[in-house]
Design a protein around this ligand. Structure first.
Ligand code: NAI
Ligand SMILES: N[C@@H](CC=O)C(=O)O
Ligand code: NA
Length: 440
């Protein structure tokens, strides 16, 4: 190695939590291999933490490297790794790092989905790289495949199970018949769900990931506010049972599609909601806290990416891959591939999304009911694919008639208006379940 090749690239780590701790450990234990792969050694020059003085001996890091002055640390690094999370101070630190000439690696989906364009612009202005593979689906390589490997193809749709906590909860409800609350408690006890699992169960985490996936897949700017979001808190054991009867399962899906608007104009549909998918679909077999992303592209056809979407070591694997990538660019000079938003497609409203619905109705068991229900669908221009009548016994031992209807594809607005009108019919006692159907 020449002297230049021996000069270490300085790495500053912001955050020493679940992901940061694993990154720090591996930067040290894998130092020799990383140096060989990059062509220059990496030197960990500091770890910014919120509180000094805590025992962090398990990380095997020189205690002198810990600092509470993140703002100073980012001014003396070639590569800054941000794994603090949240919007501030993460954003200001990243911008300052770039101003001081550092490339940035982050796993911060919330920040990228809220204000990605500011970060991409700063990276371009300062001629540095911004990589963030850990931000979506943890260890699974999905962002760089979309951005780089599929750059010559045209992506039609990305459907992902991108939140491990909710997949664990829905999977447990499906396999044990348990209710929502008790399953979330189990997920917390097992360490999958956080003490406050709101971002997971209300779909915020998945919506941020959908925004990032949509932006990359469709060369546009999509923020988390553009993504229609429904969480899993309303999914009942009855919905899961209804899915089973249709040979389907319920998953929280992040759906990003290239679509046409009402006048044929191109746009994006980006949404997160629970949906029925057939048991034969590859995403149906994704169990427990695993993630998977299904990509449909014009040339490549169907691609499936599967693996661990959360956790310290899996996410650190993606972060370290990015560190190697930006370090290699430092060695060779120039910048790695960046974002492109040339297509600038608008995001359509959820009402314009084309989906199918599964609707369960508790109805009066008398002549003319089916006709009145069918008339509502016809009036709204929604075509029925299948209808099934079932007699069930309620909690009081009384027999009740249920109508289970699956529609053909229609706009979400028409389907939603249909459900509202059905709920107002005298012959309908209750709309017991409404779920979208995806995946075929
Ligand atoms: N844990 C996971 O499974 C995954 C996490 N991520 C993302 O990785 C990032 C980090 O997540 P975790 O490691 O799980 O969080 P964490 O909460 O375990 O760690 C964050 C660390 O940052 C420190 N911190 C907070 N404010 C700071 C400040 N101003 N200066 C210095 N340090 C500060 C905290 O004390 C904490 O140790 C987040 O953006 C998260 O969304 C992404 C994928 C998976
Ligand atoms: N809370 C997230 C962690 C990773 O992004 C999840 O459950 O998937
Ligand atoms: Na990833």
């Amino acid at each position: 190695m020449t002297t230049d090749q021996q000069t270490p690239l300085r790495v500053a780590l912001l955050g020493g939590g679940v992901v940061g701790g694993s990154v720090a450990r591996q930067l040290i234990t894998q130092a020799d291999d990383l140096a060989q792969r990059i062509g220059r050694p990496l030197e960990l020059v500091g770890i910014a933490v919120r509180r000094a003085g805590r025992d962090r001996s398990d990380l095997g890091v020189d205690p002198a490297l810990f600092t509470t002055d993140a703002a100073e640390l980012v001014t003396r690094a070639d590569i800054v790794v941000e794994v603090i999370g949240g919007i501030e101070p993460a954003r200001s630190l990243i911008l300052s790092a770039m101003e001081h000439g550092a490339s940035v690696v982050t796993a911060n989906k919330a920040l990228l989905a809220e204000d990605g364009p500011t970060l991409y612009a700063a990276a371009a202005d300062h001629g540095v790289d911004l990589y963030y593979e850990g931000a979506v689906a943890g260890a699974i390589p999905i962002l760089r495949p979309i951005r780089d490997s599929l750059a010559g193809d045209s992506i039609r749709r990305v459907i992902g199970i991108v939140n491990g906590t909710t997949n664990f909860v829905l999977d447990a409800m499906d396999s044990t018949g348990a209710g929502f609350s008790e399953t979330v408690e189990r997920a917390q006890a097992l360490g999958y769900a956080e003490a406050d699992p709101t971002a997971d169960v209300e779909g915020f985490d998945a919506a941020a990931k959908a925004a990032i996936l949509s932006s990359l897949a469709f060369h546009s700017r999509v923020s988390s506010a553009d993504v229609h979001r429904e969480g899993i808190t309303e999914v009942s054991a009855r919905d899961i049972a209804a899915a089973r009867e249709m040979n389907c399962t319920v998953k929280l899906l992040a759906i990003c599609e290239r679509v046409e608007g009402p006048e044929g104009q191109p746009g994006i549909s980006a949404r997160v909601h629970p949906a029925l998918i057939p048991l034969t679909h590859p995403l149906a077999s994704v169990r427990e806290a695993y993630n998977a992303v299904f990509v449909e592209a014009d040339g490549a056809g169907d691609l499936m990416f599967y693996g661990q979407g959360a956790g310290g070591d899996p996410t650190a694997s993606a972060v370290l891959g990015d560190i190697v990538a930006v370090a290699r660019t430092r060695v060779t000079g120039g910048r790695g591939p960046g974002e492109s938003a040339y297509a600038d497609l608008p995001v359509l409203s959820i009402g314009q999304a084309i989906t199918r619905y599964h609707v369960s109705l508790d109805v009066a068991d008398k002549p003319g009911v089916l006709a009145s229900v069918a008339t509502v669908f016809a009036t709204q221009g929604v075509s029925i694919e299948t209808v099934r009548q079932q007699v069930v016994t309620d909690d009081h031992g009384d027999a009740r008639a249920m109508l289970i209807i699956v529609t053909h594809a229609a706009t979400d607005a028409a389907l939603s208006a249909t459900v509202t009108e059905l709920a107002g019919l005298d012959t309908v006692n209750e709309v017991t379940s409404v779920m979208r159907v995806e995946g075929n």
